[in-house]
Design a protein around this ligand. Sequence first.
Ligand code: F3S
Length: 689
Amino acid sequence: MEIIVAGTAGFCFGVSNALRMINKLIEDTNEPIYSLGPIIHNEQVVESLAGKGVKIIEEPDGNLSPGANMVIRAHGVEPGVYEKAEKYKLNTVDATCPYVKKIHQLVKEKYEQDCQIVIVGDRNHPEVRGINGWCGGTAYVVDSVEDVQALPGTSKKVCVVAQTTLSSDRWENINECLKNKFENIIKFDTICNATSKRQKEAAAISKKADVMFVVGGRHSSNTQKLFEICRQYCGNTYKIEKSGDIPPLDIRKIKKVGITAGASTPDWIIKEVIDKMEELNKKENEISFKEAYENSIVDLRSGTIVKGRIIGYNNSEVFVDMGFKSDGIIPMEEFTGEPDFKPGETLKEGDIVDVYVVKVNDGEGNVLLSKKKVDAMRSWEKIEESYENKAPVKAKVIEVVNGGIIASLSGVRIFVPASQVSDRYVKDLKEFLNKTVSLRIIEFNRQKRKIVGSQRVLIEEEKAKLMDDVWKNIEPGKKYNGVVKSLTDFGAFVDIGGVDGLIHVSELSWGKIKHPSEVLRVGDNVEVTVLEFDKDKNRISLGFRKAEDNPWYNASQKYRVGDVVKGKVVRLVPFGAFLELEDGIDGLVHISQISSSRIGKPGDVLQLGQVVEAKIIEANYEAKKINLSIKEVNPIEIPAVRAGADTAEEAESLPTEHKEETPVTISELVSGIKIDEQASGQESAAEPQ
Ligand code: F3S
């Protein structure tokens, strides 16, 4: 079998030029691009451009924002479109074929010279509508001898032009008729050279071919004309859009196959047709064309799952080749359930996908497919397996419903009752919306299409495991990183990994605090040390203060015997006064060290809050004791300083409630020691001297 391919097949200059312009615009801008009608009459090219964001509009209007990119295709448009584009301040990219533009100028000029314009062509074709616009829509449009006969007469000079893709034969016939109808007539053969060459070559090939293929878009006017020409000479002429449309034929009876294509048919589609024919030709001696064709396609049945290769997509559909005579279409809502799915970011031509055959023929010859159904089937299988194995599944929460939440695993809905969402009380289930959760499937019923999941079970299991680990490895002195779970008056509860331990308030700080909230907040991450634990009572005592933060930690360097220091009177007792040297360190001034003079009690000469200088006369850092002397710094008698008294006499006369002195217990009087837990957290005691 000989395959004859027309040298003129494929894109003409005007189409190549328009595609070059729109592709350049796609490269140069990130802004939306609007094409005034499909840029060319070829669905594959238009879909590919749609995948790159080119949107098709019917006409420019106020919905487009100023500066929006609008492309005028090769067919050209009437002047009103340019005016609208200017009115809405659009960035117009004019891809009108120069040959068509020439017709616009010619028609405009002759119309202004008061000629009656006649256009020979298809009145519904956008090119013809555009040309008519340049004579104010007054042209007579004729496409047949009958049309000419129906025209009214005119006294004007008649100027005749042709649609660029008109066949030469029709042009000649109609002109013959027009000449008989109108006396004063001038004709301009505006049939595009590319068109006439293509038509002549197609006619020549079809005269000698047994089978002729005309490849081109369904709506392509020039492809239709080529088809009509070829059919005149070859009864077996087929108009096809792609290689998959080649009909089954007995190849052994075919000696010559001719292939031509319309001006808007991409080279790769023509090549696929040639390749397919060559492939079938190879099998010529073995089996018939029909058999070979049928062998080359996949037997498709509705309700089955097959593999397909993505060959294109736009925002609403994905196109898949399954090796079947027709390509498959997956509507985007059947591709995925993801509402935010962005085809341009996720899909790749050439990717293999499993698809479910919904219909072998959707009425337009396409196979209707669904990928979502395959995903859902797989999800049901996966969920069932997880249910049997008790394995967790991950699903995204998509809805909050009465009594719980709905999580989705590839489109399969799993109900999680509110009580199974967490091991804690959840005030508002919306906090889980759009989050991915791990679930244990606790109920699975395929017949009733019911699946129930629980997150709580997994959380509790995880906690039990962690708790077990903690109890197995816990020992005094071991450090843990934990999280503060709650605060009470007596301390802070800290989760150290499944088990809560308590930091007693006295373990929170070396200084004096009234409440744990002065040191910690719920949710804080803390390092704690195990002080002691009792597994049977489920109790763990934790330490939080650090030794180096203890004010006594380096007291031996800061407070040496002989140093003179300043201190604030914080307690008065019968045997002396306690001076606070810093937060957590108090020293005792024995009553005998307060003044050179004899005093009855410390309150006679000192008052709470008073800051005085004193000398360190003795220190025992381990026992946290520092003994001080005021009189060694200031041997002179200290005047009475009680609150509200300027002199000792005045002080004596003050009422007793003004005398600030801490009551002392019997045991203190006996031992001379006052226990002050608040002062240092330990025994802040002083020996009587
Ligand atoms: Fe232009 Fe001729 Fe093509 S008019 S668009 S070059 S068929």
